[in-house]
Design a protein around this ligand. Structure first.
Ligand SMILES: NC(=O)c1ccc[n+]([C@@H]2O[C@H](COP(=O)([O-])OP(=O)(O)OC[C@H]3O[C@@H](n4cnc5c(N)ncnc54)[C@H](O)[C@@H]3O)[C@@H](O)[C@H]2O)c1
Length: 423
């Protein structure tokens, strides 16, 4: 099939040199992906595959795109969020690596969707998503492309939830691998990656001293655990809000105060939502917040914060620092929203560090290879990353970190496999 000539759309191609150095720096911290890339160069498992990837355009993603390209794929990349792009990385991908890239930090919604459309013009055999926007566009607006697709992968919790809903009502038309659900992904990326980089984003945006502040973390899932743990490490008094009783007990036993948002809203200094849900901070909460409260989100979509209500309650707003908007409430209080409520770790900081994305993107690369080999046996459903690939990534990562572990002795193997032992 003839595909359109793709030219890419980036902010400024002159930024490429800076981007290349960032990409190379990230590569040094991605040893597992490096090993996969070496093998891909030899074996060409993705030969002839057109891949459209809609991911946060960061230096780590660049290394994934290069790995796929070196494995024989014809890759096109677009942003998975209007504010998460590293413009210099996008420029370098286009100029130095010849990978058509459609991503500009701060692009408006129309441009965001135009970029997804451009990536779909590639008529992909494989999709790679972070949040399922690309697949949603393909399945609803570009149905003529479905016949080419052998499968896709999905990077994040919110995307997996959307795809499972599509599979349930029959909308999904090809298999998708839930990379997020691999243990070597969410145990580390969501917890330690989001934990560190979210705090980094809040601090870079505000330069607040977190020690002594009340930090309210909404959601105690994989990301929330990491954010709460790191906020505690900064000396903050951390409050957790939850809707799941088990997660709430876990937060209590981890040493955090737990209360409903209606209570936390009155006392919090800094709010961070990581639930994957909507309107977690809403009209009534803004009404109760203290003067000077800072509100941010690190979940996938900015609907976690009901920004239209904040707009309605305020008489005006102004930018006081990059990524910090001051809302002047009608009663005189000032509330601060960070990064338009977009994932603050990617908006105001650099997203997850490379060493954690090493495992996430090793899962992406191996899942792409798995799809090529096995797509004929797979149905239009959401599949986990096969356990042996997850284990293989863990083993390689551990080795690269210089740690060794014990092996089961034959006696132990026998003991664990037998139900009759134990007396
Ligand atoms: N910032 C990033 O770089 C990054 C990285 C990974 C995941 N994510 C996104 O972060 C979000 C959370 O991901 P996760 O892996 O932690 O998911 P998770 O399912 O492990 O955790 C979400 C938690 O939020 C809780 N929750 C739901 N609604 C709530 C509400 N109204 N109030 C309080 N708690 C509520 C749930 O009970 C659950 O414990 C998703 O949108 C995911 O896509 C962001």
């Amino acid at each position: 099939m003839e595909t359109a000539k793709l030219t890419g759309d980036v902010k400024d191609i002159a930024l490429a040199d800076k981007g290349k150095r960032r990409i190379e720096w990230a590569n040094q911290h991605m040893p597992v992906l490096q090993l996969i890339r070496k093998r891909f160069i030899k074996e060409q498992p993705l030969k002839g595959m057109r891949v459209s990837a809609c991911l946060h355009v960061t230096s780590e993603t660049a290394n994934l795109a290069i790995t796929l390209r070196d494995g024989g794929a014809d890759v096109v990349l677009c942003a998975s969020n209007p504010l998460s792009t590293q413009d210099e990385v996008a420029a370098s991908l286009l100029k130095d690596y010849n990978i058509p890239t459609y991503a500009i930090k701060g692009e408006d919604n129309a441009t965001y969707y135009a970029h997804i459309t451009a990536a779909l013009d590639h008529a992909p055999h494989m999709t790679m998503d972070d949040g399922a926007d690309l697949v949603t566009q393909l399945l609803t607006k570009r149905t003529e492309l479905i016949k080419n697709v052998v499968g896709g992968t999905e990077e994040t919790t919110t995307g997996v939830i959307r795809l499972r809903a599509m599979a349930k009502d029959g909308t999904l038309k090809f298999p998708v691998i839930a990379v997020n659900d691999a243990l070597t992904k969410h145990f580390f990326d969501n917890r330690y990656g989001t934990g560190q980089s979210t705090l980094d984003g809040v601090i870079r945006a505000t330069n607040l001293l977190l020690a002594g502040l009340r930090v309210v973390v909404a959601g105690y899932g994989w990301c929330g655990r990491g954010v709460a743990m790191r906020a505690k490490g900064h000396g903050a008094d951390v409050i957790v809000t939850e809707i799941n009783p088990t997660k709430a007990i876990e937060a209590v036993m981890d040493g955090f105060r737990v209360m409903p948002m209606s209570e936390a809203a009155k006392i919090g200094d800094v709010f961070i939502t990581v639930t994957g849900n909507k309107s977690v901070i809403a009209h009534d909460h803004f009404e109760k917040m203290k003067d000077g409260a800072v509100v941010s989100n690190s979940g996938h979509f900015n609907v976690e914060i009901d920004i239209p209500s904040l707009e309605k309650l305020s008489s005006g707003k102004r930018e006081v620092r990059p990524f910090v908007d001051e809302y002047i409430m009608k009663d005189g209080r000032k509330l601060y929203l960070l990064g338009d409520g977009r994932l603050i770790n990617l908006t105001a900081a650099e997203g997850h560090p490379a060493s954690v994305m090493d495992m996430s993107f090793a899962n992406q690369a191996l899942s792409a290879e798995y799809l090529v080999k096995n797509s004929k046996e797979l149905k239009a459903q959401v599949y986990p990353v096969p356990e042996h690939l997850d284990q293989q990534i863990a083993k390689l990562k551990l080795e690269s970190m210089g740690f060794q572990i014990d092996k089961l002795t034959p006696e132990q193997e026998h003991y664990l496999a037998s139900w009759s032992e134990g007396t």
